[in-house]
Design a protein around this ligand. Structure first.
Ligand code: TRP
Length: 335
């Protein structure tokens, strides 16, 4: 029997433009995995409508993000890249799994609790059942691993519970996936709020992949360092989180250790250090921005990537869906 490569799947909501935290914390690591694993990455556009979206913006981002992912090194020949709404099996399996998920389980999801308090005038059923759609996204592809951020771990655990429950009734239908919380990926904090993850909701402290070198330079010049009088480049995450974050960015991009960086900027102060970090970031992002800019203009190419991705994804997903439909007793007389 041919040995199957281990399979990996992850989804990203096209709800904002990609930034340095997304790149260094996740996408950069995904790109190197494609040799070793069978990789499926999709834009979770169906998930985004649990909160109101501007339709034109959602369409624009769904295409732009694909361009940005490819520019970051995710090769569409080596990874299956697709848009969730292009593969109807996601919604189809989600309904079946809804009937194998308990109200109590969904009520305990911390993200639901957070979002329903934040968007209290739109606590829709989709917001509540969203983890079931996510379980369907995953289980359709029978992946071994699901790389996610810490905030999604609870949803992958729920997915495992749903899969185990289903398997215990119908036999081995689903592979039980393992969450993969990356330890190697750099965790990047906001430049103006170094105590919180870099986020598009704080744009002054967030370096977007498509930012111009001037914008990048300005954002790094304004980066928060520390308020002590020492004013030297030294790694101390507790006392100097802003400096530690900048050192981490610099180290990830140059491969230099913290000691080497301390030596390099010894006696030079932040006025030299901050622009230096800005410069390595700008030169790392320049080719990505240029390539993404070029790809965005080639709509025919991007459409073709999505078309072929949907075809490959559907082939795998429909196989699982047919099995599930058969197991639960849906009559399959159609030819
Ligand atoms: N819920 C994830 C997030 O908000 C995105 C997502 C949707 C996902 N479906 C998935 C991630 C399946 C991994 C696997 O970040």
């Amino acid at each position: 029997m041919e040995e199957r490569k281990k399979r990996m799947l992850s989804g990203i909501q096209p709800s904002g433009d990609l930034h340095l935290g997304n790149y260094l914390g996740a996408i950069k690591n995904w790109a190197v995995r494609s040799e070793e694993y069978d990789c499926f990455y999709f834009m979770a556009d169906m998930h985004t409508i649990t909160v109101r979206q501007d339709p034109a913006e959602l369409r624009r981002r769904s295409l732009n993000q694909l361009a940005q992912y490819i520019a970051c090194g995710l090769d569409p020949e080596k990874n299956v890249l697709f848009l969730q709404s292009h593969v109807p099996a996601h919604a189809q399996l989600a309904w079946v799994l809804d009937c194998y998920t308990m109200f109590g389980e969904l009520s305990r999801m911390t993200q639901f609790k957070d979002k329903s308090s934040k968007f209290h005038d739109n606590i829709n059923a989709g917001l509540f059942t969203y983890p079931v759609l996510m379980a369907a996204d995953i289980l359709l592809y029978q992946p071994d691993f699901v790389p996610v951020g810490e905030d999604q771990k609870q949803h992958v655990e729920l997915t495992r519970n749903i899969a185990q429950r289903f398997n215990s009734v119908y036999g081995d239908v689903f592979t039980i996936p393992e969450p993969l919380i990356s330890k190697t990926g750099a965790r990047i904090y906001g430049l103006t709020t170094p105590e919180a993850k870099m986020s598009k909701s704080v744009p002054e402290g967030c370096v977007f992949i498509m930012d111009s070198p001037d914008d990048i330079a300005r954002k790094f010049r304004k980066a928060v360092t520390d308020s002590d009088t020492e004013r030297c480049v030294r790694y101390d995450k507790e006392a100097k989180p802003g400096v530690a974050n900048l050192m981490n960015i610099y180290s990830t991009l140059t491969g230099k250790s913290f000691e080497e960086i301390e030596k390099e900027f010894d006696g030079k102060g932040y006025g030299v250090f901050k622009p230096a970090v800005g410069e390595v970031v700008a030169s790392c992002l320049r080719p990505i921005r240029e390539e993404a800019g070029r790809l965005i203009k080639d709509k025919a190419y991007l459409d073709e990537v999505y078309r072929s991705g949907a075809e490959k994804a559907s082939w795998v997903a429909n196989k699982t869906l047919r099995k599930v439909y058969k197991k639960v007793g849906f009559y399959q007389g159609l030819k």
